[in-house]
Every structure is written in structure tokens, then in C-alpha cells.
Design a protein around this ligand. Structure first.
Ligand SMILES: Cc1cc2nc3c(=O)[nH]c(=O)nc-3n(C[C@H](O)[C@H](O)[C@H](O)COP(=O)(O)OP(=O)(O)OC[C@H]3O[C@@H](n4cnc5c(N)ncnc54)[C@H](O)[C@@H]3O)c2cc1C
Ligand code: SF4
Ligand code: SF4
Ligand code: SF4
Length: 370
């Protein structure tokens, strides 16, 4: 059997419109070889830079979340059997937590737990830095390397003093291409925060033992039902449809629906909820082909779904993840909301429901693919 290469990814993934732009293929290839493939345009799949330089090693094909070659191996490592028996993956338990740090809470997306744990890892020198993402404007984020508490505050959920240059940007997306950043931080111990497609590709790299995954100490995974993508023309449509000015969006959160914090004309802030079914035209197309909602291969997963306002839903999964979570609780770096049996069950059912909905959505989407 011949080895499948990037050329096959173009045919089987890009041309079908299901490239998740996770950056796994480019991240490995550019760390191992020079200038073979890379992202040339924003919000588009990677391309050949120099096709003649491709060694046809086939690793990029193995790392792609749309080829699913290594699923069986990852499932064994991360104790996952199937979605019908474990809709949100292997979990030690499900918690609702909040940081005890006022600043991380103030600027956090939900309970500020992710950045608090990263800060704890930095303080304890377990990591040298973390690959995270900071807001550049509404529906627009950029990857960044955080080495200090201050960097983490800058990367928190809220949009801090940003004047969005809507006119200068052709396409807005909530998706951040963070994985290709990995190769810039060789010789450092890293944590990475990522969506399920990003963590999947990192786990594939680790499974194959290929660079640059050896630097990653811990993977903090975010829940992800979908990301949004706005062509310039859609911004106007969105503004008209929902009577919102892009420039007035101060904060974005995704739980059961899209939650926007808007700066009103009288400088008062208001919260607007937009149901997902009204946003179908703004969802990144490849997200409709994605299955994993809760980031089943991460060390710990985080979301807002199921938790009260200003709390983060936390699912510790691996030995490393459980140890970090327990230490943070023991040292009072984060606190756990004691949920009674009914509330916990409601939360678990809601997470399961969204996991199942995502799987159903993929099934429908793939049926209609050529
Ligand atoms: C694109 C996206 C989609 C999401 N979808 C859902 C959803 O459907 N349901 C749900 O319950 N939760 C979803 N979440 C997770 C949720 O919004 C919160 O990120 C999570 O609950 C953690 O909150 P926190 O206050 O503990 O995190 P914080 O302490 O605020 O830290 C958040 C961390 O995430 C990093 N980050 C933010 N955006 C990105 C990104 N695009 N790529 C990589 N890192 C990033 C930040 O840099 C920061 O380090 C989504 C998050 C993102 C980024
Ligand atoms: S050199 Fe290997 S990893 Fe890079 S594009 Fe070619 S087949 Fe893919
Ligand atoms: S590895 Fe990621 S970026 Fe590369 S083709 Fe697959 S989905 Fe697209
Ligand atoms: S839904 Fe989330 S995890 Fe899936 S492809 Fe989109 S961004 Fe990646």
C-alpha cells in the first residue's frame, strides 16, 4: 500500500471542505522539515509551499483529525470506548469550579479556572509558558505565548481595551490557529489550551513520538460545539439581523447558546443570547463535520455548559490532569461548588445532550458530502 501524503489530505479533506485548520500537519512538517507546507491565507486550509521538497513521509496524514487513523490507539490511552456508553469521554468526575483569584475571575470567560491553573503551573515552574489565545476584536482571536501572570490576564476571555478595526479585516473567526506556534518554542516546557481538534492532533503527534509534541507537559482542552466565521459581507447581515454593532461587542461566550455582552448607547452593558439555530450561516463549515464536544483526549476539559454564571465546568481525565486539579483544590487556588446529586445529574445530562447533538450534526453533514 502506498503511503498517503499531504496530496491525499488535499483530496480527502480540503477539497471536501472539512479541513478544521487545526494546524497539526503544518506544525509537524515545519518543525521537521523546512518550507514544505504552511498556511498562506487566513481561515483557509494549509497549502504546499514547495511541493518538490515533500519527502512523502506521510506523517501529516496520520495527524489529521479527519483521517482518524490513530483513533483506536488514542482511545486505548485515554480509556475511551464509544460515545453511546461515555458521551463525554472518560471522566474522573464532573465539577463546577471557580478561581479564588479576583483578577482571573473578573477577566475570565467563565470561572477563570483555565488561566488560574496555567498561572499555578508557571509559579510552580512545572511549565515555562503556555500557548493560549488573546482577543483582537469581536469574534477574532490570535494565538500568543504566555510566560507571566500578566500575559495570562491579557489572554483572558474578556476583550480588553480593544478597538476592533472591522474595516481592515476581511474575515473574522473565533478559531485560533495556535498549534503551529509550537515549533517556535522548542526547548521549553509547555502547556497548551486548545479546542478538541487541536488537542486531537497533539495527541496523535505524542502517540507517534514526533516533534514538536515532546515539549508539551499538559493539554487543557476547551469544550467546543462550533466556531464562527464571518466574511466581511456577513458582518453587515449579522448586525442587521440581530440589531447589534460589531464594535459594541465587549465579550463573547458560548454555552447553550451564544452569549454576547454589548455596550449600549447609554454606556450601560447588556447581555444578549442568540440560539445556535439562528447562527447556522455563521458557523465555520468544517465544524459541522466534527464529533468531539468535550475534548475527550485532553488532560482536563473546561466549558461553561452546565455551570452557573461565573463558574467553569471541569472534567479531569488523565492522571496528570487529576493531580493538577487536586493540588489546585488543596492549595485553594480554585474552589469547587458542592453540587447536590440532582444538580450534578442535570449538568451531566446537559453535557451528554450537546455531545450527542454534535455527533448527530456530523452524521447529517457527512451524508450530504460528495
Ligand atoms: C472557540 C471556543 C468555543 C467554545 N465553545 C464552548 C461551548 O460550546 N460550550 C461550552 O460550554 N464552552 C465552550 N467554550 C469554553 C468556554 O468558553 C471557556 O473557555 C471555558 O469554560 C473556560 O473558562 P474559564 O473562565 O475557566 O477560562 P479562562 O480562565 O478565561 O481562560 C480561557 C483560556 O482559553 C484560551 N482561549 C480562548 N479562546 C481560545 C481559542 N480560540 N483557542 C485556544 N485557546 C483559547 C485563553 O487564552 C485562556 O487561556 C469554548 C471556548 C472557545 C475558545
Ligand atoms: S514532508 Fe511529510 S509531513 Fe511534510 S507534507 Fe510531505 S508527507 Fe506531509
Ligand atoms: S491536520 Fe488539521 S490543518 Fe491539516 S489538513 Fe487535517 S484538519 Fe486541516
Ligand atoms: S467544532 Fe471546535 S473542535 Fe470541532 S473543528 Fe470546529 S473548532 Fe475544531
Amino acid at each position: 500500500m502506498s503511503i498517503k501524503t499531504f496530496q491525499d489530505l488535499i483530496k480527502e479533506v480540503h477539497e471536501k471542505g472539512i479541513c478544521q485548520e487545526c494546524g497539526g500537519c503544518t506544525s509537524f512538517c515545519s518543525a521537521a522539515f523546512e518550507n514544505v507546507i504552511g498556511f498562506k491565507k487566513p481561515n483557509s486550509p494549509p497549502e504546499y509551499i514547495n511541493k518538490d521538497a515533500c519527502l512523502e513521509c506521510g506523517i501529516c496524514y496520520y495527524l489529521c483529525p479527519q483521517t482518524n487513523i490513530l483513533d483506536d490507539e488514542l482511545n486505548k490511552t485515554y480509556h475511551f470506548t464509544d460515545y453511546s456508553s461515555m458521551p463525554y469521554g472518560f471522566a474522573e468526575d464532573v465539577y463546577s469550579c471557580q478561581t479564588t483569584d479576583e483578577e482571573f475571575l473578573k477577566y475570565g470567560t467563565d470561572g477563570g479556572v483555565v488561566n488560574t491553573l496555567l498561572n499555578y503551573l508557571l509559579e510552580k515552574r512545572i511549565i515555562d509558558g503556555a500557548i493560549v489565545s488573546k482577543a483582537e476584536g469581536p469574534f477574532s482571536r490570535k494565538s500568543m505565548f504566555a510566560e507571566t501572570r500578566n500575559d495570562l490576564i491579557k489572554s483572558s476571555g474578556i476583550i480588553l481595551n480593544i478597538s476592533p478595526h472591522v474595516d481592515e479585516v476581511q474575515r473574522f473567526s473565533t478559531y485560533t490557529r495556535s498549534i503551529p506556534q509550537l515549533s517556535h518554542y522548542k526547548f521549553k516546557k509547555l502547556a497548551i489550551v486548545g479546542t478538541p481538534c487541536q488537542i486531537y492532533t497533539i495527541r496523535c503527534m505524542q502517540n507517534l513520538g514526533v516533534t514538536p509534541s515532546e515539549h508539551i507537559e499538559i493539554c487543557l482542552g476547551l469544550f467546543c460545539y462550533h466556531n464562527f466565521l464571518f466574511e466581511k459581507s456577513q458582518i453587515e447581515k449579522f448586525e442587521k439581523e440581530f440589531k447589534i454593532k460589531f464594535k459594541d461587542i465587549k465579550k463573547i461566550n458560548i454555552k447553550e447558546d451564544l452569549i454576547l455582552k454589548i455596550q449600549g448607547s447609554n454606556s450601560k452593558e447588556k447581555i444578549i443570547h442568540i440560539p445556535f439555530n439562528k447562527l447556522i450561516n455563521y458557523i465555520r463549515p468544517a465544524c459541522k463535520s466534527c464529533t468531539d464536544f468535550t475534548n475527550i483526549y485532553s488532560d482536563i476539559s473546561f466549558g461553561g455548559l452546565g455551570s452557573p454564571d461565573k463558574y467553569t465546568t471541569v472534567i479531569p481525565r488523565t492522571e496528570k490532569g487529576i493531580e493538577l486539579f487536586q493540588n489546585a483544590l488543596d492549595k485553594n487556588v480554585i474552589k469547587n461548588l458542592r453540587l447536590d446529586k440532582n444538580s450534578k445529574e442535570t449538568m451531566q445530562n446537559l453535557i451528554s445532550k450537546f455531545s450527542e447533538l454534535k455527533i448527530e450534526r456530523r452524521k447529517e453533514f457527512m451524508k450530504n458530502l460528495k
